[in-house]
Design a protein around this ligand. Structure first.
Ligand code: NAD
Length: 324
């Protein structure tokens, strides 16, 4: 470990954190992962993995303690989160649990002399938009009108981290992620996000069958593939860009297009039945000039990323139906 860069990944048992650990290991880091649970689908690549509840300040201290040395980089991705179904039902859990994690982690990291601190925020901090509206830039999050409590908590946590960076010698980097998807993410159980839920429904449907989809298919989103996202996180953390930075690709599509892309990847004929359900905002469109200034661009098209994700979820569906 002595001459390696030392990183702590909080939320390393989750989707993005797990992939980020592997990315950092490939770059020669010494990595400690920490989470309230281990990664669900395969073993972590972390050198050390600690099971800790980061809502407790003493656990943030334990996560950061390293034989009297300081971590060079902390990546804070731990959060009580899920897709729209979860976000609209578990409002107290999100506001309470994620706020506690973020309050205690930045305080412990600043006091433990961490050099760089990455915080994973979300484009849920922005107001709703109408289709065709010009892109919103990072500064347009204020005056604030997020559509859900998850977005309000992220805004508070952004400010909390920025406040510490003004009063302590800790460099803070903040990304606002658009929807991220890919293999080894939650695909069932109520916390899965739209791309995973749709892949699961299509994988479970018989050829010629019908799947229910929440809303009317017209909502507009960007879906960013996991490999592009972790690369963006890393580049931003190493950069001098202060203040929040949007990370997401350029491909804005309707939910109907997302569903059709999944159906195409499956090779089956599947009909869509639109049903009532929590959809979230009408439209998204964000300026990516800041992240592009670091030479980052999303490389994976929706069709390519969905083909890989569908393949992985279809395998999980097959395995679990064989186990039942
Ligand atoms: P995830 O749910 O897979 O990972 C979050 C991890 O945090 C989970 O493994 C969970 O166990 C852990 N966690 C929750 N409570 C904890 C606690 N008390 N102590 C320790 N660990 C705890 O989510 P993800 O998709 O990997 O998202 C990572 C981060 O990125 C989150 O902060 C999320 O809000 C943000 N984000 C994600 C997306 C996306 O599309 N996935 C979009 C915008 C922002």
């Amino acid at each position: 470990m002595s001459n390696k860069t030392r990183a702590l990944v909080a939320g390393a048992g989750g989707f993005i954190g797990h992939h980020l650990v592997s990315y950092l290991k490939e770059r020669g880091y010494w990595v400690r992962g920490v989470d309230i649970k281990r990664p669900e689908f395969c073993e972590t690549d972390a050198d050390d993995f600690q099971l800790l509840d980061l809502r407790e300040p003493h656990n943030c201290w334990r996560a950061l303690s390293l034989n009297g040395e300081a971590f060079d980089e902390v990546y804070q991705l731990a959060a009580d989160m899920g897709g729209m179904g979860f976000i609209h039902s578990a409002e107290c859990e999100i506001m309470h649990n994620s706020a506690l994690i973020n309050i205690h982690m930045i305080d412990a990291a600043a006091r433990a002399n961490v050099s760089r601190y990455f915080f994973s925020s979300s484009v849920c901090v922005y107001r709703d938009m109408q289709p065709g509206e010009p892109a919103l830039a990072e500064a347009d999050a204020v005056p604030a009108e997020p559509d859900n409590e998850y977005g309000w908590e992220k805004l508070y946590a952004e400010r909390m981290a920025q406040t510490y960076s003004r009063h302590h010698p800790i460099q803070v980097r903040i990304a606002r992620f658009e929807n991220c998807y890919g293999p080894e993410g939650t695909w069932r159980g109520g916390r899965e996000k739209a791309p995973a839920a749709i892949c699961r429904k299509v994988a479970q449907a018989p050829d010629g069958g019908t799947i229910p989809v929440w809303g009317d298919g017209s909502a507009i989103r960007n879906y960013t593939y996991i490999d592009d996202m972790v690369d963006g996180i890393y580049r931003l953390t190493q950069s001098d860009l202060e203040g929040p930075v949007n990370i997401g690709g350029e491909e804005y599509v309707t939910v109907a297009k997302l569903v059709q892309t999944v159906i195409d990847a499956s090779g089956k004929a599947v009909e869509i039945e639109y049903v009532d359900g929590p959809v979230g905002v009408h439209s998204r469109n964000f300026c990516k000039d800041r992240i592009h200034s670091l030479g980052w661009q999303a490389k994976t098209s929706l069709a390519e990323g969905i083909a890989r994700t569908y393949g992985w979820i279809a395998e999980q569906v097959k395995k679990t139906s064989e186990d039942d």
